[in-house]
Design a protein around this ligand. Structure first.
Ligand SMILES: *[C@@H]1O[C@H](CO)[C@@H](O)[C@H](O)[C@H]1NC(C)=O
Ligand SMILES: *[C@@H]1O[C@H](CO)[C@@H](O)[C@H](O)[C@H]1NC(C)=O
Ligand SMILES: *[C@@H]1O[C@H](CO)[C@@H](O)[C@H](O)[C@H]1NC(C)=O
Length: 245
């Protein structure tokens, strides 16, 4: 043991001093029922220690992230395990048949939180993203850090004002989620593809305006929504993601 420390101590110290910057991400469930958050590391980053877990109402859980890191977070709702042991959720399922998402994306519609944590000295970017639709209210805020460090949030229930063509209903007819127009219609003007592909113009549509009106403090309701509302912070040691803020 001593020998191992003697050998690796300097190497560990080097890593420490050279700035393997890390951040804590805390998930809090203020919803009245259990939710099942999912985590996804993008850009070939290693997946976090948990890629999916149950979070009871009023419970919190914290995960560590090693910078640089980029990924997404969401919460699944109305989940259950059937008699053949398959775990599924009525919204934002990640298609693994298990509580863990293991590198899978959420099936839209899902309210997404995106966080990109820069290496030491760089700027973190984060936002609540409704380009893939909405399933439940969510916010992301920093703790500490320097710069704008504004919270990004969609705190209201967009399901309550979701147009009929975008609605996703449960077997009991309750409103579960609201698709984005891109997901619902897959047309260039809604998805900002083809003739609307950036940097060409992709103006807001009557559908994207609904999301933006409900949740002005989110970065994107539409793929080319103005970049000026994006959320940045430097060196934030912690993030708090709150569902039903
Ligand atoms: C359990 O769920 C899986 C995945 O949705 C489905 O294929 C299977 O038929 C279900 N089993 C039962 C017994 O309902
Ligand atoms: C949005 O515009 C389309 C095309 O003009 C129209 O068919 C649709 O009903 C409008 N939807 C809403 C929610 O206003
Ligand atoms: C973003 O900010 C820049 C500089 O402040 C400004 O010139 C530009 O018009 C803004 N874009 C939008 C879409 O508001």
């Amino acid at each position: 043991m001593m020998k191992t420390l003697a050998l690796y101590g300097p190497i560990l110290a080097f890593f420490f001093l050279s700035g393997a910057h890390s951040a804590k991400i805390t998930f809090t469930n203020n919803c009245p029922r259990s939710i099942w958050p999912g985590t996804l590391a993008l850009d070939q980053k290693p997946q976090l220690s948990k890629t999916g877990f149950e979070l009871a109402s009023k419970a919190s859980l914290t995960l560590d992230v090693q910078a640089p890191w980029k990924g997404q977070f969401w919460a699944r709702t109305r989940c259950s395990t059937n008699s053949s042991g398959k775990f599924t959720c009525e919204t934002a399922d990640c298609s693994t048949g298990q509580v863990t998402c293991n590198g899978n994306l959420a099936i839209p519609p899902a309210s997404l939180v995106e966080i990109s944590i820069a290496a030491r000295g760089g700027t973190d970017c984060y936002d609540v993203r409704l380009v893939d639709g909405f399933n439940l209210p969510v916010s992301v805020a920093t703790r500490g850090g320097t710069g704008k460090c504004k919270a990004s949030s969609c705190p209201v229930n967009v399901n309550a004002v979701c147009p009929a063509k975008l609605q996703v209903k449960g077997s009991d007819c309750s409103m579960l989620a609201c698709k984005s127009a891109c997901i619902a219609f897959n047309q260039p003007q809604y998805c900002c593809t083809g003739p609307f592909r950036p940097p060409k113009s992709c103006p807001p549509t009557n559908y994207s305006r609904i999301f933006k009106q409900q949740c002005p403090q989110q970065a994107y309701s539409h793929a080319t929504d103005d970049q000026n509302s994006s959320f940045t912070c430097s060196g934030a040691p912690a993030y708090v993601i709150t569902f039903c803020p």
